[in-house]
Ligand binder design. Structure first.
Ligand SMILES: Cc1ncc(C[n+]2csc(CCOP(=O)(O)OP(=O)(O)O)c2C)c(N)n1
Length: 563
């Protein structure tokens, strides 16, 4: 059969359910075979390849499966670069198939030729260029294996056009053996015992939990460990949902915009148990002033993350789920009452707050969305202030309920990620909520119509503060209020009309009462996306805040100014 048919059959054999793609000359043969073969997977025609890549990320994060993207060569391929970089930074398993000019023309500046393998070399977990149709099936098998196993990440598979025409025998391999690729799974027993000993000896232990706990399907075990040993838990942005935030042991998020009490716990604890986390600079701030009294136990699958930023006194390298399975029976209930009382006092002294003065505050909107959506919600956010308010004021109680762009901080991520999540969660009863700023939403708003086509009832919030809010905040705090090119008021569209033009419902709220009514109305729509525009004050800022590069102790807790 043709290489293009082998491609289609391989995706079916891999169990792919959804492909987010956009056709072009280099992959036209694959699209032709899809028309002829009517494959078992669904192809979603996105309106921009970047949107497709973020949709695949949203699908992967919501379902725990690998996301799939198919694009043409040249601009089709380069349009995926931001999504690939995003997936690399955030350990999201996706496979991106890019068309390529015929092998004989490679290197000759042919029409729509880009060396996408070269372009993406430093932002992929691995990449392949297929040179023979006979290699297609084993390469596809290997690509999904690499994307999904160990620390997950993006894999690019480049498909020269002639390979798709070439004939070969189709056989999908059962197993993968790759020289030089081994996943460290079983942690060393002596390291588990050392970790248990350190937990036993600690007086003020703290669990610092990252996205690796969710990727590794270890949230339940982590929760069991925290509850058994009575250890308080703080999570990173990507760790949100790994531990139920309505549990008294939860401290919410730590770091730059984390809670005051989580950061206080970090600065006063005597043991940090890091689980699937990488000590990112948005977590630690000034490294040598972070957690000054703590020894560190680090449970981590990626050996290159261990002792990279913060030295691990005990490194438990391997699958975090297996590590927690083995650690749990060795850890006894601890008396941490004094430490927990101290934390409760911090929580009472400086809880997360916002001004309640009759104006429509974004934090209020997020609280209301959280209450309305309940435990079954899956939330995606874009990047900026609304992202941090969502992390602070939405209550996450389940793994895979919070999807965002953390490492790369990609504006334009949130809505297409919601599209991908909603495609993956059809029929599960989950409500997908997409929270955006007025800046980033417009960077991939074209995918609205795709969501409408599939009748996905995504609840889209656009926090319209008329500004690139997070940059405005930095300009106010650190650049003497020179608001250089952050005002969006004269380039913002009418968001309600925009939604309607794309076949969605558009609603607007300017007061808390209107916001309540709009949220209620949005939840009554079941057959298409609803865009809720919330007009909020531009002056609102995200606090607490540890300024970039500052010590955690120098956190700005709250600052109100006249409006
Ligand atoms: C693609 C991209 N360009 C620029 C930035 C820098 N940046 C970070 S936050 C932000 C402002 C976002 O504004 P908006 O989407 O309105 O959200 P808000 O902060 O107001 O909630 C900008 C420009 C980015 N993160 N990503």
């Amino acid at each position: 059969m043709s290489g293009a048919e082998i491609f289609v059959r391989s995706l079916e054999a891999e169990g792919v359910e959804v492909v987010f793609g956009h056709p072009g000359g280099a992959v036209i043969k694959i699209y032709d075979e899809m028309a002829r073969l009517k494959p078992r997977f669904e192809h979603v025609l996105v309106r921009h390849e970047q949107g497709g890549t973020h949709a695949a990320e949203g699908y992967a994060k919501a379902t725990g499966k690998v996301g799939t993207v198919l694009v043409t060569s040249g601009p089709g391929a380069t349009n995926t670069v931001t999504g690939i970089a995003d997936a690399f930074m955030d350990s999201v398993p996706i496979v991106v198939f890019t068309g390529q000019v015929p092998t004989a023309l490679i290197g000759g500046d042919a029409f729509q030729e880009t060396d996408i393998i070269g372009v993406t070399r430093s932002i992929t977990k691995h990449s392949f260029q297929v040179r023979r149709a006979a290699d297609l099936a084993p390469t596809i098998k290997a690509a999904y294996h690499i994307a999904r196993t160990g620390r997950p990440g993006p894999v690019v598979v480049d498909l020269p056009k002639d390979i798709l025409m070439e004939e070969a025998v189709f056989e999908y391999p059962e197993t993968v053996t790759l020289r030089g690729y081994r996943v460290p799974e079983e942690p060393l027993p002596e390291k588990i015992e050392q970790a248990a000993r350190m937990i036993r000896q600690a007086k003020r232990p703290l669990l610092y939990v990252g996205g690796g706990t969710i990727n590794g399907n270890a949230a339940e075990l982590l929760t069991a460990l925290a509850r058994k040993a009575r250890i308080p838990v703080t999570t990173t942005l990507h760790g949100l949902g790994a531990f139920p935030e309505n549990d008294p042991l939860s401290l919410g998020m730590l770091g730059m915009h984390g809670t005051w009490y989580a950061n206080m716990a970090v600065q006063h604890c005597d043991l940090i148990i890091a689980v699937g986390a990488r000590f990112d600079d948005r977590v630690t701030g000034k490294l040598d002033a972070w957690a000054p009294h703590a020894k560190v136990v680090h449970l981590e699958i990626d050996p290159s993350c261990v002792s990279k930023n913060v030295y691990a006194d005990c490194a438990v390298v391997g699958d975090v789920r297996r590590a927690l399975e083995r650690l749990l029976p060795l850890v006894e209930p601890k008396d941490t009452a004094a430490w927990l009382a101290q934390i409760d006092a911090w929580k009472a002294r400086c809880p997360l707050t916002y001004r309640q003065d009759g104006k429509l505050r974004p934090q209020y909107v997020i609280r209301r969305l959280s209450e309305r959506a309940g435990d079954n919600a899956v939330v995606t956010t874009d990047v900026g202030q609304h992202q941090m308010w969502t992390a602070q004021f939405f209550t996450f109680v389940r793994p895979r309920s919070h999807i965002t762009s953390g490492g790369l901080g990609t504006m334009g991520f949130g809505f297409p990620a919601a599209l991908g999540a909603a495609m993956g969660l059809r029929g599960t009863g989950a409500t997908v909520v997409s929270i955006n700023g007025d800046g980033g939403f417009l960077m991939n708003a074209q995918e609205l119509r795709v969501a409408a086509k599939y009748r996905l009832p995504i609840k889209i919030a656009v926090m319209n503060n008329g500004y690139l809010g997070m940059v405005r905040q930095w300009q106010e705090l650190f650049h003497e209020e020179r608001y250089s090119h952050t005002d969006l008021t004269d380039t913002n569209p009418d968001f309600v009309k925009l939604a309607e033009a794309f076949g969605c419902v558009g609603l607007r709220a300017t007061t808390p009462e209107e916001a309540d009514a709009v949220i209620e109305a949005a939840w009554q729509v079941h057959d298409r996306p609803v865009l809720m525009e919330f007009v909020v004050p531009k002056e609102e800022m995200v606090f607490p805040m540890v300024p970039a590069g500052a010590a955690t102790d120098d956190m700005i807790v709250q600052r109100f100014r006249d409006e």
